[in-house]
Design a protein around this ligand. Structure first.
Ligand code: FE2
Length: 281
């Protein structure tokens, strides 16, 4: 799938943009299915607010339960002080995760794209495993910031092997909160890790591993892309996205893949049961 030049750029920069990777029909099918999932969601049962800005507020149990399910997470600013939704439900959801690719036929078809398996082979993954999928709404006006982080903090393998596939379902611009990355930053250190207190434990925490500062505007670049683009990036690459203060949503779908030949940590929050194991493409 990838040209030698693209493979070289991947290794140099830690990310790669493939414009027009997905056709409009597939983007529309995923967006439509996402809205159906939200419409069918009962907020009363799952009133946990998702915020990556304040990880201590994560509802650990809701996150753990989503490992093999399809679960909707609210925006941090979705509720007023009385705990009442400030906006319609459809405009209050931050994301859906984390097993869309295994539990929903529309997402399964979108995710298990033979070209992604070829790309994984091109960049050196021997046995790609699809651990995690997220539909990120980035709602107009209240779509939250995703602070600087490295995905390898959340899917720990030895050696590091996680790769993120980020699909723009709508145009991603500076105004609506596109990705920012630090080109070459994948050669830096892992700054933190998000782990269970023990294997099988149900308490989660973010541990600081290294005090290296996050990138700033002197080294980071925005990745503005049109709908249909695939942005793939290395698990060590620092990335961020600003809040969406525009009038337009910024729908994106992400898939996280690790290499099955690398050791998968028992401390990762995301675990699958032996009778329902992680699968490949
Ligand atoms: Fe990320």
């Amino acid at each position: 799938m990838l040209s030698p030049g693209q493979v070289q750029a991947w290794h140099q920069d830690g990310f790669l943009v493939l414009p027009g990777f997905k056709p409009p029909g597939e983007l529309a099918a995923l967006a439509s299915r996402s809205r159906q999932i939200v419409e069918a969601f009962d907020p009363g049962e799952h009133a946990a607010v998702f915020s990556t800005v304040q990880p201590q507020r994560l509802a650990d149990e809701a996150l753990l339960a989503s490992a093999d399910q399809v679960h909707c997470f609210f925006e941090a600013e979705a509720f007023d002080e009385q705990g009442v939704l400030k906006r319609p439900l459809a405009l209050s959801i931050n994301k859906i995760g984390h097993a869309l690719h295994d539990r929903d036929p529309v997402f399964d078809a979108f995710s298990r794209d033979a070209r992604l398996a070829e790309i994984c082979a091109d960049i050196g993954l021997a046995d790609p495993r699809l651990w995690q999928s997220m539909l990120i709404f980035k709602q107009p006006a209240i779509g939250g910031e995703v602070r600087w982080h490295q995905d390898a903090s959340y899917l720990i393998t030895e050696p590091v092997s996680v790769v993120a596939f980020w699909f723009a379902l709508e145009d991603a611009t500076l105004a609506n909160g596109c990705l920012w990355v630090q080109p070459g930053g994948q050669r830096g250190v892992l700054r933190e890790r998000f782990v269970r207190d023990a294997p099988g434990g149900r308490s989660l925490r973010l541990e600081k591993l290294d005090a290296t500062p996050w990138p700033d505007s002197s080294t980071a670049v925005p990745v503005e892309v049109a709908a249909g683009a695939l942005v793939m990036f290395h698990g060590m690459l620092p990335h961020y996205s600003a809040p969406n203060r525009s009038a337009h949503s910024r729908l994106a779908y992400t898939l996280h893949v690790t290499d099955g030949v690398a050791g998968y940590s028992a401390l990762n929050w995301l675990q699958r049961l032996p009778d329902d194991p992680v699968r490949g493409f």
